[in-house]
Design a protein around this ligand. Sequence first.
Ligand code: TYD
Length: 206
Amino acid sequence: MATGLFIAIEGGEGAGKSTQSKRISQHLEALGYEVVITREPGGTPTAEKIRSILLDPEIDDMPDQTEALLFAAARADHAHNKIRPALERGAIVICDRYIDSSVAYQGAARGLGVDRIRALSEWATGELLPDFTIYLDVPAEAGGERMDGTDRMEIQSRDFHVRVQQAFRDIAAASTQPNVVIDATLSIEQVSQAIIEKLDSILANR
Ligand code: TYD
């Protein structure tokens, strides 16, 4: 039985997810919690190898199906070998991207179907779902300005990233799981404050 708390941070490119993960982690560690910060694709040795294939800009002929299956394969390893054991120890896990990223990028933006892609990841993880999801909402244009890399996903068209952003809004609006949507164009400090207030109230009610 998992006793920890599983937090996912989602959003398009340049939303500031990794900065916020670190800030939340510092806050929770100061309160005495064991915190595991991790990210997808990746987080375990096997999943990091899969990540390097997924983000390789030299691969320009990857079928969308291969991409979807590799993200799910990386997630299966990560969920079984890192996230679930940490939760079983009672840790708080902060995961930079999780199932909703596949639903937004592969299900919606690639057009593979949101239900199918969600079902694939739920199967891959043994139905390990976040207890709480933070959606950092940033207009695709603003995120693009902060996009500094040139990996295989970042070099997709602007339209692709607009579809991703809209997909995250749709996912958050339809979600029945605990979540918060935060305007990521606010300052780093304001975004952290909003997240921490919400988290503190969740922790106080446990
Ligand atoms: P990363 O450098 O971690 O991006 P970011 O800093 O924006 O989180 O690269 C991950 C890329 O992979 C990013 O473009 C989003 C994409 N992605 C998917 O398409 N599907 C997924 O399931 C996940 C986890 C990520």
